[in-house]
Design a protein around this ligand. Structure first.
Ligand code: FAD
Length: 476
């Protein structure tokens, strides 16, 4: 039992359904902002089996803005170069980020860190609480957990790919299956690969091998010649044979702690909001595991929604702010579907000639700096901006701190070389370490709301934070 699991909720300001990574991050953010929030989870405990294992640079930045990145990085393995197919190398070390790598760490470690933060912030977590139905009117949402009902001002469905919230809203989940009979194995290897992350594909099969950093390795493999339903057990011999066919060696697979078979779909809900109910994470979009994007995209959804929902509930949101959750995140979901789908289709190319062309073209293109920037920017999330709101790079602040440390308060940060007085409690004002005559307003999720001359900062603030938050805006 978590310390703050308490009497069952009857009414809550925000109800979040599903305590996966998306729901946990969102709940923690809302509670830190002072919004009462209850997280309902159908499971009774946590699991130490992990689905996601890769945390990308942009996600590490958002975890940094919550004081969680360095602890996770210390306990994981860094992958600085990806080897895709035979010869294609993708170098992440030039990413313009404090975290120029892919962090390999199990999903349950990310969830543990987010759970601790949420509980400390005062989130009420109710386990063994399976949502069965939902209805809403203009005033509130009524949630059904079997016989029991709970009301909420707002609801967020972070209840995964088979989302009950999405179904209760009557939203379709259009798309299709892209891959069936994918084998997942967490194994020990007596002769591990030199490359930290090795992926290869030979037409009829592909296999990816990645270390967790604690002696265990994750293998994903797929064999066109052996397509069976998800409930057919995976054997070590089958895994060894496919890995040998793809990589020329099975890396000395000795034992497994988890063997599973699954299929992968590409789907996206047409809307992320219906009235007072939102969707985020796998409930809103799902795609192939290629590129390791699922958990990362869900966490970015949560970071985008949390401050907008808090601002609306606390009464200072500019008109239309909450609608920008869907307008900003739905296109990103579509982009991730496209990019992970392209990777998987390239891996499945059947003809040897086409595979040769893929490898040759990939090697040539990825020698070109703009192509590398684009590819690594998309995979890592560092290159993903919103219209009119580019990603804010971390910068040093006068006095020794950094922007992403200042963002840990969950507020907007105005970086200005001149002091500003009379600002409201939703703003932090900081001075840049470097000389500049420009001011930058950074949103709580690390995107630039506004950039311009210092003399215009007060006017810009009123537009972004609402007039009542800027009681006497004045630059000196
Ligand atoms: C094999 C595999 C490998 C993957 N590898 C990666 C990777 O390397 N990188 C990456 O970023 N992503 C990866 N993913 C995807 C990643 O695991 C998911 O995208 C991520 O878990 C989604 O998080 P979520 O919080 O949105 O949903 P989930 O983690 O699915 O959490 C949903 C929660 O809602 C609960 N729930 C469901 N229904 C109800 C209900 N009716 N009432 C109450 N609670 C409910 C569930 O019990 C669950 O706890 C992988 C996925 C798979 C299958």
């Amino acid at each position: 039992m978590l310390a703050n699991e308490s009497e069952a909720a009857v009414h809550t300001t925000v109800a979040i359904i599903g305590a996966g990574p998306t729901g946990l991050l969102l709940a923690g953010d809302l509670a830190r902002a002072g919004v009462p929030v209850t997280l309902f989870e159908r499971r009774s405990g946590t699991s130490n089996l992990t689905r996601a294992f890769g945390v990308h640079a942009r996600t590490l930045e958002l975890l940094d803005a919550r004081g969680l990145a360095d602890g996770l990085v210390a306990g994981g393995a860094r992958v600085e170069r990806l080897r895709l197919f035979d010869r294609i190398r993708l170098d992440l070390t030039r990413l313009p980020s404090r975290y120029p790598f892919l962090l390999i760490t199990p999903q349950y470690r990310v969830e543990d860190a987010l759970t601790r933060r949420a509980v400390e912030a005062g989130v009420r977590i109710e386990r063994d609480a399976r949502l069965t139905g939902l209805r809403q009117d203009g005033e509130r949402v009524t949630l059904e957990f079997g016989e029991r009902t709970v009301t909420a001002d707002y609801v967020v469905g972070t209840d995964g790919v088979h989302s009950t919230v999405r179904e209760a809203l009557g939203l379709p989940f259009p798309g299709k299956a892209v891959l069936t009979s994918i084998m997942l194995a967490d194994v020990r290897l007596s002769d591990p690969p030199e490359d930290v992350l090795a992926v290869n594909a030979v037409g009829d099969a592909f296999a990816m091998v990645a270390p967790f950093g604690d002696g265990w390795y994750r293998i994903f493999s797929w064999d066109r010649r052996h397509q069976v339903s998800d409930d057919v057990p995976v054997t070590l011999d089958e895994l060894r044979e496919v890995t040998r066919r793809v990589h020329g060696t099975d890396f000395g697979i000795t034992e497994a702690r988890w063997l599973s078979r699954f299929h992968s779909d590409e789907r996206q809900a047409p809307r992320y909001r219906v009235g007072r109910v939102f969707l985020a994470g796998d409930a809103a979009h799902v795609h192939s595991p290629a590129g390791g994007q699922g958990m990362n995209t869900g966490l970015q959804d949560a970071a985008n929604l949390s401050w907008k929902l808090a601002a609306t509930i606390l009464g200072w949101a500019p008109a239309g702010l909450l609608d920008t959750y869907e307008t900003e995140r739905h296109p990103v979901g579509r982009l991730v579907l496209r990019s992970s789908g392209a990777l998987i289709r390239m891996a499945m190319i059947r003809s040897a000639v086409a595979r040769g062309l893929r490898n040759a073209a990939g090697s040539v293109l990825l020698a070109l700096p703009p192509v590398v920037r684009r590819a690594t920017g998309t995979i890592s999330g560092v290159g993903i901006d919103y219209p009119g709101a580019p990603r804010a790079a971390d910068v040093a602040l006068r006095g020794g701190g950094r922007l992403y440390e200042a963002l840990r308060e969950g507020r907007h940060v105005l970086i200005t070389p001149q002091p500003l007085s009379g600002y409201g409690r939703h703003l932090i004002v900081a001075a840049p370490a470097a000389d500049t005559d420009e001011a930058v307003l950074v949103r709580p999720d690390g995107y630039v709301a506004w950039r311009g001359p210092v003399s215009s900062a007060a006017t810009a603030l009123t537009g972004f934070l609402g007039p009542e938050q800027i009681s006497h805006p004045a630059t000196r």
